[in-house]
Design a protein around this ligand. Structure first.
Ligand code: THU
Length: 143
């Protein structure tokens, strides 16, 4: 079992900050970057990608998770998220939306999965997914 202290927090935050630079956000001008750590200890990154028709847009977290899943990974151990309006400085903690929390739930153990919301490598907060999505519904319910 991977513990919080085994998570490469700074590497994940730096990866998320780098991914945020690629966000495509002509409509909201709110740029988000995410980096997931898989059970294989691989890191996949993602950014939010908007669309002129609005609803086809996707959040950074789901971009990152789906990149990992599409490469064959099935368990997510941690995710780092950075988000703020266009510009280099991050002055808020961008928490994952409800849909992204449910997608993380699908591919993790919510008691163990670590969600890192960050402003920088020095300023960040750690949560378990269970804290952000308590009493959740998941794959086990359908067995
Ligand atoms: N967004 C994310 O990328 N992640 C979240 O968890 C919340 C919102 C994006 C979607 C949209 O492109 C922009 O931020 C404003 O909602």
């Amino acid at each position: 079992m991977l513990k919080a202290q085994d998570i490469p927090v700074k590497e994940l935050i730096l990866s998320a900050l780098e991914a945020r630079k690629k966000a495509y956000t002509p409509y909201s001008e709110f740029k988000v970057g995410a980096a997931v750590l898989t059970a294989e200890l691989r890191i996949y990154t993602g950014c939010n990608i908007e669309n002129a028709a609005y609803s086809p847009g996707i959040c950074a977290e789901r971009t990152a998770v789906y990149k990992a899943i599409s490469e064959g990974c099935r368990k997510i151990k941690a995710i780092a998220i950075v988000g703020d309006k266009t510009g280099d400085s991050i002055s808020q903690y961008a928490f994952p939306c409800g849909v992204c929390r449910q997608v993380m739930r699908e591919f993790s153990n919510p008691e163990e999965m670590i969600v890192i919301v960050a402003k920088s490598c020095e300023e960040y907060q750690l949560y378990t997914l269970n804290q952000l999505l308590p009493e959740s519904f998941g794959p086990e319910n359908l067995i």
